[in-house]
Design a protein around this ligand. Sequence first.
Ligand code: FDM
Length: 280
Amino acid sequence: MTRRGAFVVVEGLDRSGKTTQTGILRQRIQEAGKEVFCVKFPVAEVAVDRSTPIGKMIDAYLRSQSDLDDHVVHLLFSANRWELALVLYSRINHTSDFDDRTISDCFIAWFNLQHALIHVTTRLISSTIISSLEQGKIVLCDRYAFSGIAFSVAKSLPSQSSPSTTSQTPGKLPPISLHWARAPDAALPSPDLTLFLDVSPEIALTRGGYGEERYEKADMQKRVRSVFQEIGGEVTADAGQGKWIVVDAGKEMSAVTEEMWGHVQTLLDGINGSIGRLWD
Ligand code: FDM
């Protein structure tokens, strides 16, 4: 059996240097003569000529231009991952059975009817991530389902500055549990390696641009960090979910790069086993 490419995810708190480090890794992988396919979630644009309907909704929410229930936001982020799988699948295969209209209709149906998910799941089997891995490419992903869980669950945790309150939208909906948050991403390809860039909210606060978006508040980031730690523990305990490595992103940028590169280098020659699935 030919070796497949490795699926590497970079996760982290806001301002942990994730996007910069992912860019450097991409360059290093290419310099090492390997093909790399990069993805960033949330995806506002899947291709230069088109922005996705769901990507736009997320963008408006993050910029506080709209308010949505926390559960809805969580599902939008997950839909954004499914959206990429489906749109790129149809492009790569030049299938004519999807156009912009049917793609949006498909996701509206998914929100309304649970069983629509099954169709999307079937499509995913030939998704971009999987086909890239099968072609031996390294897939490098800036945020993935772990961010989805960490940020959504963190919103339901009590605030550390005023423990009796959460940032949950007022109303009767239950808080978002880890169990609930995992469900929409079940069966997506699972990474072989997740590099979690850990930085204290205090250090993040000193970094440029911090505070511009909705979640960039020290209290929220502390809660996100604690959920990420819990997820890391779960991933580590489950052999089928790949490796979870905590990288101290508070140190010198080049030292962070070298540590990350050390882990990625071990995967450049590919992997023998089949591609795992999240939460299987
Ligand atoms: N985010 C990101 C979520 O809340 N859920 C998700 O599923 C994903 C992928 O979006 F605050 C949040 C995390 C972050 C915000 O991400 C924008 P970037 O990486 O800073 O663009």
